[in-house]
Design a protein around this ligand. Structure first.
Ligand code: GLC
Length: 440
């Protein structure tokens, strides 16, 4: 080979090597960019809710160029919390962004798992005044920092069968528990002639967080509840005893609530039971509304919504629930996660949440939306229910107090402990939890 040919060959090889190297570098860079542009979002809920999130995420991806991997969680709030505690405790990068129940945000914040959002908000000029300020102040601030934003607010509601009330000559839903019992006994007896599986009233009595929400509504509507003053908790009070006794009686004495109330009844079991046409009244959160109106629902167009009933000396009480969105302190895609938060809390997304799922937006401005009010007229009337809903104690160790209460209240419903013993024991153990934490 002549010298020139050798040089030419060397030059071509060098060029090839450079080209290959360039391609390689380009590949690595684009992979890194790709990798940086994927966030992992953890969310749970009923199957229709997950379907909805998938649709939303697709829209966000298109709009932002950021990819979202959905990490599916169950419906039950306790399981959802566990599913997040495990990766956060071990400082995992995933999930980057997630929904949290109002009941356990304080625990996450106190554990240092949440990225403060103030600086992102400032940079973006996001206006916090559009959200319900009571909800933001209660749940989304910790040590003066904003650690989450509300996605939707929940409150317990009474769903009732309009058609059956009419059939039996009642012109309005019950306002007191006594009335609810009267209606239930009469209608149940008659309806059972054609449907032996029919019950007056279904609610959440299984041993989980939902039971505490229900208990607080019965108790609150009798001027009771969880009182904590100067680190002293009061649960075993005459008001609470009367309320718990009534819950027990609904199942065992009057038999208007099914016997599996305290073993199986969570949100979805209750919702399905009512939706199959097997109950006159249902206690549930707003999400049940859209599902009851589905084409395949047996109660479509037969359902009304009212405030929960109360005891003679009390007023209707709805437990404040709801889900909030926050970013993991361990995420390495915080800015992209914040973009997603902005999208989820935007006017358009919040309106979709309301129209497609029946969820109550955390933004006040959506409640004025003409299209929304035309499609869901009950929203105008629901807003005050949520604004006045009763929060659970906003304490980092609330979930531990709740677990103790769940155990004893459920034991009382099962008839394993008398009502007063159950409340005394719950109070004693809850007091120990408070002392353990407040001593530190
Ligand atoms: C709903 C509420 C939540 C509550 C839970 C109880 O998801 O939004 O706040 O803790 O039900 O089951």
């Amino acid at each position: 080979m002549s010298n020139m040919k050798v040089r030419q060959w060397q030059q071509t090889s060098l060029l090839c090597i450079i080209l290959i190297l360039l391609c390689f570098v380009f590949f690595i860079l684009s992979c890194a960019r790709e990798e940086k542009n994927i966030i992992c979002f953890s969310v749970g809920g009923a199957p229709n809710e997950i379907d909805f999130w998938e649709k939303l995420v697709a829209q966000f991806e298109l709009q932002s160029g950021i990819k979202v991997k959905i990490l599916r969680q169950p419906t039950d709030t306790d399981q959802r919390r566990q599913g997040l505690v495990v990766p956060l405790r071990s400082k995992k990068k995933d999930p980057d962004v997630f929904l949290m129940d109002v009941a356990w945000i304080a625990q996450f914040a106190a554990s240092g798992w949440l990225e403060p959002l103030d600086s992102y908000i400032k940079e973006d000029d996001l206006n916090l005044d559009v959200f319900f300020s009571k909800v933001v102040n209660l749940a989304d601030k910790y040590n003066g920092e904003l650690i989450a934003l509300p996605v939707y607010v929940d409150g317990g509601l009474l769903y009732y069968r309009k058609d059956l009330l009419k059939k039996y000559g009642y012109d309005r839903p019950p306002q007191t528990w006594e009335e609810l019992l009267d209606y239930s006994l009469k209608i149940q007896e008659n309806e059972r002639k054609s449907n032996p599986n029919f019950y007056g009233f279904v609610w959440q009595g299984a041993q989980y967080e939902g039971l505490i929400c229900n208990f607080l509504e019965f108790a609150g509507s009798n001027r009771g509840g969880i009182t904590i003053t100067d680190n002293k908790i009061f649960l075993d009070t005459p008001e609470n005893r009367q309320a718990l006794q009534f819950m027990y009686d609904l199942i065992h004495k009057y038999k208007v609530s099914p016997s599996n109330t305290f073993t199986e009844m969570r949100e979805e079991e209750v919702r399905i039971f009512f939706q199959q046409g097997n109950a006159l009244f249902e206690r549930n959160w707003p999400y049940a509304w859209a599902l009851h109106q589905n084409k395949d629902s047996n109660v479509r167009n037969k359902v009304g919504i009212a405030p929960l009933p109360h005891f003679p000396s009390g007023r209707s009480v709805s437990t404040l629930g709801g889900w909030h969105i926050g970013i993991s302190k361990y995420s390495n895609r915080k800015q992209q996660s914040f973009e997603f938060i902005k999208f989820v809390t935007s006017y358009d997304t919040q309106k979709k949440l309301a129209i497609e799922l029946g969820w109550n937006p955390a933004r006040k401005d959506v409640y004025e939306d003409k299209e929304l009010l035309r499609k869901l007229p009950h929203f105008a009337y629901l807003r005050p229910v949520f604004e006045n809903a009763q929060p659970r104690p906003n304490l980092p160790y609330y979930t531990q107090i709740s677990e103790v209460m769940q155990q004893y209240i459920n034991a009382a419903l099962a008839g394993k402990l008398p009502v007063n013993t159950a409340l005394q024991k719950a109070e004693k153990e809850a007091q120990k939890i408070i002392e353990r934490y407040e001593k530190k």
